[in-house]
Each structure stands twice: as structure tokens, then as C-alpha cells.
Design a protein around this ligand. Structure first.
Ligand code: HPA
Length: 276
């Protein structure tokens, strides 16, 4: 798959429609260690990825790989429990294919989340970052290839990839709930290795607050498709080049798991006031 084929998207949608007839409004992508939100959904259908034609098949054991359709915070939602990463060997087109399906299911808003390394020395492990902008250092772009004007424009503008009103709502909810949240810039790399000290120093210098291995491909396709995007990172480890400690993936997962409740509360608050 080099680019998205609208006929395939319609076939994927038909498979979901066979199980769920709701009109989705919000698509949610749950990042590593952040699957807890899926259990808050009043699920009307849970569809394993292998049951959806043209969906990439998950290879990573820690990722569940199912679409949870139902209601959350009073809104009709479709959540991806498990996402696809470039480092697993999927192409950028495969990683972002589900976003086209979410759009075709009726979503006008996409909420994306991830676990990320924190490079801003004022941030702490477990803090929530409301993504205000991003830098794509993945060296790939899911929009490369023939452009289907039915899906979106050839040259999408990225002046505001992350919706300002949704960012404000998220920060308001966090403040009200006493949750530490910061606006921040996310830089995406492919992984799977963590960064060198020199790379962290570089990534901080070019203006990023957090670094991770996901999200940007999905956001590019969402913007292309005209979705309003809200993005969150959880700072799972501190990546300060002059005080760098060895990574511990179990600890990253543990921090994400602990911070997941904050993400859940903020997302629920934002969904509850979408029409406010
Ligand atoms: N780099 C890239 N991805 C990450 C990191 C990191 O330091 N921490 C958690 N995800």
C-alpha cells in the first residue's frame, strides 16, 4: 500500500458498519500504556483489527489491536486500542490507514495520545503535555504519492495542525482538576532506538519539548482529511542530555500506566464540553 484507496476504506467501513451503526463524532488513538480509557467507553461494539479488511495486522504483543465503538463523555466515539508504528515495519500509509476509516465513520475530531520522552527541564515524569505543534523528523510522509482530491488537498496547510479551541479546553479541564499540564512541541522520530545524548541536545535545540515514535503520521492524515486534532503526550522519562539515565522500558510503561488516569479525566472533561 503506497497511498490510501477510497474503495478499500469503504470496505473497511462496511465491516465496522455490519457491527455498529452509530454515527461517530470523535476518533481516539490510544498510545502505549494508555489503553485504560477504552474501558471507560460504554462499548456498543468491539472489533478486533483482523476482522476489518485492509487494516494492518498488529505484530506487537503489548498492543491489543481492536476498535472500540460506543459512547464516552456523552459523545459517540471510536477508539483505536493499539496503534501501528513505523518501527514495527509498517509503511506510513499502513500506519495512517485507520484514520481514513475513522473519518469515513463520521468522525470530525481526532484525539491522539502517546508516551514520550521529556526534554524540557521544567517538565516532570508523569506530566501531561497538550501538543501545540510538531516537528516531523521521521523522514517519511504518509501523504507522498498520488493525491486523491476526494480525501483531501495536495498541499495541506499546517498552520494549525492542533486545534486551538480543543487545546484551550484541555488546559482548562486540567487546571480545574489540579492536573499538571503544559503546552508543548512534539518531535517524531522513527525509533526503535532511543536517542543519543547528542540527538536529545539537537531535538531540544530545534524547539521540541517531547520526543516520541508515533502520532505525527496520523496527525498529517487527519489534517489532510479535515479533522480537528487534539494531541496529548505523557512524559514517561526525562531526556536531559547532560544528566541522561539508561532507559528502562518497564519504567516507561509503568509511568504511562500511572499517568493514564490524568489523560482519561482530561479527555472526559473535553468530551463533556465539546458543545459548550
Ligand atoms: N525517545 C523516543 N520515544 C520515546 C522516548 C524517548 O526518549 N521515551 C518514550 N518514548
Amino acid at each position: 500500500m503506497t497511498h490510501h484507496d477510497s474503495k478499500q476504506v469503504l470496505e473497511s467501513v462496511a465491516a465496522v458498519r455490519a457491527r455498529w451503526s452509530g454515527q461517530a463524532r470523535v476518533g481516539i488513538v490510544l498510545g502505549t500504556g494508555l489503553g485504560g480509557l477504552a474501558r471507560e467507553i460504554e462499548a456498543e461494539a468491539t472489533i478486533a483489527y483482523p476482522e476489518i479488511p485492509h487494516f494492518p495486522q498488529s505484530t506487537v504483543v503489548s498492543h491489543k489491536g481492536q476498535l472500540v465503538c460506543g459512547r464516552l463523555g456523552g459523545q459517540p466515539v471510536v477508539a483505536m486500542e493499539g496503534r501501528f508504528h513505523l518501527y514495527e515495519g509498517y509503511s506510513a500509509a499502513q500506519v495512517t490507514y485507520p484514520i481514513r476509516v475513522l473519518k469515513e465513520l463520521g468522525c470530525s475530531i481526532l484525539i491522539v495520545s502517546n508516551a514520550a520522552g521529556g526534554m524540557n527541564p521544567l517538565h516532570r515524569k508523569g506530566d501531561l503535555i497538550v501538543i501545540e505543534d510538531h516537528i516531523n523528523l521521521m523522514g517519511v510522509n504518509p501523504l507522498i504519492g498520488p493525491n486523491d482530491e476526494k480525501l483531501g488537498p495536495r498541499f495541506p496547510d499546517l498552520i494549525e495542525p492542533y486545534d486551538k479551541v480543543l487545546q484551550e479546553r484541555a488546559l482548562e479541564v486540567a487546571l480545574e482538576q489540579g492536573i499538571v499540564a503544559h503546552r508543548g512541541v512534539y518531535v517524531a522520530v522513527t525509533g526503535p532506538n532511543l536517542e543519543t545524548r547528542a540527538e536529545y541536545r539537537f531535538l531540544r535545540t530545534i524547539g521540541a519539548d517531547v520526543v516520541g515514535m508515533s502520532t505525527v503520521p496520523e496527525v498529517l492524515v487527519a489534517v489532510h482529511a479535515g479533522l480537528r486534532v487534539l494531541g496529548f503526550s505523557i512524559v514517561t522519562d526525562l531526556c536531559l542530555p547532560d544528566a541522561l539515565e539508561p532507559v528502562n522500558i518497564d519504567e516507561i510503561l509503568a509511568v504511562a500506566g500511572q499517568a493514564e488516569a490524568k489523560l482519561r479525566r482530561v479527555v472526559l472533561g473535553v468530551l463533556g464540553r465539546l458543545d459548550a
